[in-house]
Design a protein around this ligand. Structure first.
Ligand SMILES: C[S@@+](CC[C@H](N)C(=O)[O-])C[C@H]1O[C@@H](n2cnc3c(N)ncnc32)[C@H](O)[C@@H]1O
Length: 230
């Protein structure tokens, strides 16, 4: 419940969201050498700064843990920052399969995942994610899917994820708000169009129940789609 109607307040900017993330993180998140190494090693090796934020990574980990996920699928590895969070949610015999187009990203991710001590639970698959997904057997099912790659293929990734996730399993999609661009018909970017294609398909999709939750933080204003497979 909003205590103060937000529309009555002055607008905030990324400076406020960044300060707010820092405040909450300073109380709720532990210092984490493996994740700090991941950020530094990814930057040193030229990877773009487009991983989820520390709070978002922890949130994904908590979501996966809260459904007792034993098998997790990730689309879009980058340097393995979110992969490490997700792998940590798994029990010792759990498995994270993460899909990445670029060999260089996968190499750095493997270094980071190894440094974090979770490499035994992680399988990084290199190649176009859609082809990798289409090759995957429908069994055993995944409990949790995190989609965070190119928006052009989003609907295809989501469709394959529905095939691969168990009933009651969860599919989370990142970057579905994009600073409000997705909901702005004047925006003509391919990135926003890819998300709109997914969102409009979900209108008549009776195989999932879904909602979008906006996020504002150190990485800007964006949002996650959260869907449960029926
Ligand atoms: C936003 S980053 C992933 C960030 C990561 N999930 C995290 O939070 O740490 C997107 C990644 O998807 C990869 N990617 C883009 N297109 C892809 C495709 N067609 N197949 C597989 N991976 C792709 C990019 O190379 C990039 O590493």
């Amino acid at each position: 419940m909003a205590i103060v109607p937000n529309k009555a307040l002055p607008p905030t900017t990324v400076v406020d969201w960044d300060r707010s993330d820092n405040y909450h993180n300073s109380h709720l998140l532990q210092k984490d050498q493996a994740l700090e190494f991941t950020v530094q090693n990814s930057e040193a090796n030229g990877l773009p700064d487009i991983a989820v934020s520390p709070a978002q990574g922890k949130f994904l980990s908590l979501l996966a843990k809260s459904i007792g996920a034993k098998r997790i699928l990730e689309v879009g590895t980058l340097g393995g920052y979110s992969s490490i969070h997700l792998a940590r949610a798994l029990p010792d015999d759990g498995k994270l399969v993460t899909l990445e187009l670029k060999e260089h990203h996968a190499k750095i991710a493997t270094e980071n995942i190894t440094k974090a001590g979770v490499v035994s639970k992680v399988n990084v698959i290199i190649g176009p994610a859609l082809a990798s997904l289409q090759k995957m057997a429908s069994e055993p099912k995944f409990d949790f899917v995190f989609i965070d790659a190119d928006a052009t293929n989003l609907l295809n990734y989501f469709t394959e994820s529905k095939r691969l996730v168990r009933k009651g399993g969860v599919i989370v999609v990142d970057n579905v708000v994009q600073n409000g661009c997705v909901g702005n018909p004047a925006d003509t970017s391919e990135r926003a169009a890819g998300v709109r294609k997914l969102i409009s398909a979900l209108k008549d999709d009776d195989e999932v129940e879904a909602t979008t939750i906006g996020t504002a933080g150190e990485k800007g204003y964006d949002g996650f789609l959260y869907a449960i497979r029926k």
